[in-house]
Design a protein around this ligand. Structure first.
Ligand SMILES: O=C(O)CCC(=O)C(=O)O
Length: 271
């Protein structure tokens, strides 16, 4: 009986923590979850990330020397170690709560690297300002989880955003980005630094930008993007392959991989 009570207490505590984080997210448009990935698991992930990224960087360097951002598409398909990130227990309950029961993946994830001593690669933007016919302030369209593979310090070009701007009446004015693509400093902007294993969850409607990596270290992130089932996936090789989706056995992961219908009248979702 005591064990059951203890378990119930833990579940209630967990539910109220999720609720509290969701409220914070709705207000600010982002959240940082410290220690989202425990050290032991992160060590395994980092080894695989570094091995794949080192090879990938050699290829990119040959074609595009001095690239300010290097990324690998479909990361969850490249090694089984990345696969659990799609429904990771420290973050997914929050994502599920924000997006809703029809949550699915918008892509097969990305491994992202900002090489040492490189300038910003993109100015102030939202990720979906290209979508026509949607008034501002917009509903949250996509939601991104960015896991820190290593510590990210202020000199490493941290992801930079303007809290609350996901509720703005317009996208970021172009005057906020200089002619050479450099972002202006905006009062109130926050540079997201943190320990390895942290996760930044952000609305892709939030105003955000890249900043220069002035350090001697690469800034490494693993990104997962979520959407509603009725939205299409990001194409151009970002989308989850049919073979990978069909291999999934858990009903939740099959839904996340966009198998099944998107127009459920019975409300019976697997998330
Ligand atoms: O790499 C960064 O710091 C910014 C990333 C970004 O703006 C994006 O992925 O849309």
């Amino acid at each position: 009986m005591e064990a059951i009570l203890e378990e119930t207490e833990k579940t209630t505590e967990h539910a109220s923590l999720v609720e509290e984080r969701v409220r914070r997210f709705q207000r600010d448009g982002y959240l940082v979850i410290p220690d989202a990935i425990p050290k032991k698991m992160l060590d395994v992930i980092r080894r695989k990330f570094d091995a794949l990224m080192t090879e990938h960087c050699k290829l990119v360097d040959a074609l595009q020397p001095g690239a300010r951002r290097i990324y690998m598409k479909r990361i969850i398909e490249r090694d089984a170690v990345f696969e659990p990130l799609m429904d990771w227990p420290a973050t997914f309950p929050i994502v599920r709560q924000i997006v809703g029961a029809d949550v699915t993946l918008a892509s097969a994830g990305e491994a992202d690297c900002r090489p040492p001593r490189t300038g910003p690669w993109i100015g102030w933007h939202t990720d979906t300002s290209w979508m026509p016919g949607l008034d501002y302030p917009r509903q949250i369209n996509w939601l991104r989880c960015a896991y820190f593979v290593d510590d990210i310090t202020d000199d490493m070009g941290p992801f930079t955003l303007l809290p609350g701007s996901h509720r703005a009446a317009h996208p970021p004015p172009s005057a906020l980005t200089g002619p050479n693509g450099d972002p202006a400093d905006i009062e109130g902007a926050v540079r997201i630094v943190g320990k390895a294993g942290s996760c930044l969850i952000n609305s892709t409607e939030i105003w955000h930008t890249s900043t220069p990596n002035r350090s001697d270290r690469s800034r490494k992130l693993l990104m997962m993007i979520y959407k509603h089932a009725w939205m299409r996936q990001w194409e151009d090789g970002h989308e989850i392959s049919r073979e990978f989706a069909e291999r999934q056995t858990s009903p939740l992961r099959r839904q996340l991989c966009n198998l099944g219908v998107w127009h459920r009248y019975d409300w019976v979702w697997d998330a």
